[in-house]
Ligand binder design. Structure first.
Ligand SMILES: *[C@@H]1O[C@H](CO)[C@@H](O)[C@H](O)[C@H]1NC(C)=O
Ligand SMILES: *[C@@H]1O[C@H](CO)[C@@H](O)[C@H](O)[C@H]1NC(C)=O
Ligand SMILES: *[C@@H]1O[C@H](CO)[C@@H](O)[C@H](O)[C@H]1NC(C)=O
Length: 323
């Protein structure tokens, strides 16, 4: 019965504008809704992490390491995972976590892009601690894609960022069901906000969001999934040094942090763990990024215009170096 309306170009457009006006009309209420959600979560009791078991992948540096410390301060037992590489700081991270208050820390070297490794570290964690409460799928890499780089170099991005979260999740779910646990997914805001040269990295994050949003329906309310979408956080992954050390990708001459407003990683890790313990299901930091999501979905052309102006000048600055 509505079909004829969508077949006609004019009425098709009309319906769109009517709906858009409706969205604007109710937008004051959406603000109130957001406010209520924020207030409600600040009154919700914190999960008592004392003696709980948290598994974190990619914990030898960056936000993974800092999140391990946040959990340690809350008295959680930790299983921290990182890939075996010369000079890995994983053992030091375990030591610091113990000093910060974690009753027991297990550290294991594994490659999250390998199924057997993931099965191994989930099984070992449960064997050692007897349970699993939080799984933090944090490990990730982020080379900058460009059409003139050999495409096969980008396969590991999907393997580590996407499969490296899905495999551990798969093996952890039966254990998390028993403890009514949580899964924390690292899906950078680039999963939603695509920027030039984000290519494979941004796509791997978009795939994560898609996967976990539908998994949510299957495992809730027993298991809570928290999807973390972050803007630029000042970790080594956005520095010039990182882009030169990694096998593939565009080389940067300057750190992204110098030309783009970034959030301090310590504050960010704190905000994530606090949000997770409050039972939040989607965490965006810095918070203003959320407003950009809305613009992108409603006005994709406008968003593209903004990105073109902003990021093309940013990429220029990054690759020219200097000042
Ligand atoms: C948290 O749990 C531990 C042990 O399970 C208990 O000893 C402690 O009192 C609890 N803390 C709070 C603030 O409820
Ligand atoms: C998420 O992954 C990125 C790389 O893809 C990494 O820089 C960051 O530390 C990871 N952790 C969080 C919580 O975003
Ligand atoms: C998209 O990917 C690029 C390149 O890896 C990354 O630098 C950027 O942070 C991502 N986009 C956003 C909005 O985070």
């Amino acid at each position: 019965m509505y079909e004829s309306c969508f077949n006609n170009t004019f009425t098709n457009e009309l319906v769109f504008y009517v709906l858009l006006s409706l969205v604007f009309l109710i937008s004051p209420f959406l603000f109130i809704w957001e406010l209520i959600i924020t207030l409600r979560s600040s009154f919700r009791p914190n999960e008592n992490m004392s003696g709980k078991v948290v598994l974190i992948t990619g914990a030898s540096s960056g936000l993974g390491e800092l999140m391990a410390y946040e959990y340690a301060k809350r008295g959680a037992c930790l299983a921290i995972i990182a890939i075996q590489e010369p000079g890995s700081r994983l053992e030091q991270v375990a030591q610091i976590a113990r000093e910060l208050g974690s009753p027991d820390v297990l550290f294991l070297f594994a490659d999250v892009s390998k199924i057997d490794d993931c099965r191994m570290f989930v099984d070992n964690t449960v064997k050692y601690f007897g349970q699993l409460d939080h799984l933090v799928c944090n490990a990730g890499i982020g080379p900058i894609y460009s059409i003139d780089i050999d495409v096969s170099k980008f396969e590991p991005v999907m393997d580590i960022n996407f499969w490296g979260s899905v495999y551990p999740t798969h093996f952890a779910i039966p254990h998390l069901m028993k403890t009514h646990g949580k899964i924390i997914v690292n899906a950078s805001s680039s999963g939603v906000l695509n920027v030039p040269k984000g290519g494979v990295y941004n796509a791997s994050k978009a795939a994560l969001i898609s996967f976990y949003e539908s998994l949510r329906h299957e495992v809730s309310p027993k298991v809570t999934i928290a999807i973390v979408t972050l803007g630029f956080i000042n970790t080594h992954i956005i520095t010039a040094k990182y882009s030169t050390n990694i096998a593939a990708g565009v080389r940067l001459k300057r750190d992204i942090g110098d030309v783009y407003p970034t959030m301090a990683p310590g504050a960010c890790a704190k905000a994530i763990v606090a949000g997770v313990c409050k039972g939040e299901t989607s965490i965006t930091q810095p918070r203003f990024i959320k407003a950009l999501f809305l613009v992108k979905f409603l006005f994709p052309e406008l968003y593209r215009l903004y990105v073109n102006m902003y990021f093309s000048s940013m990429h220029d600055k990054l690759q020219k170096g200097g000042g």
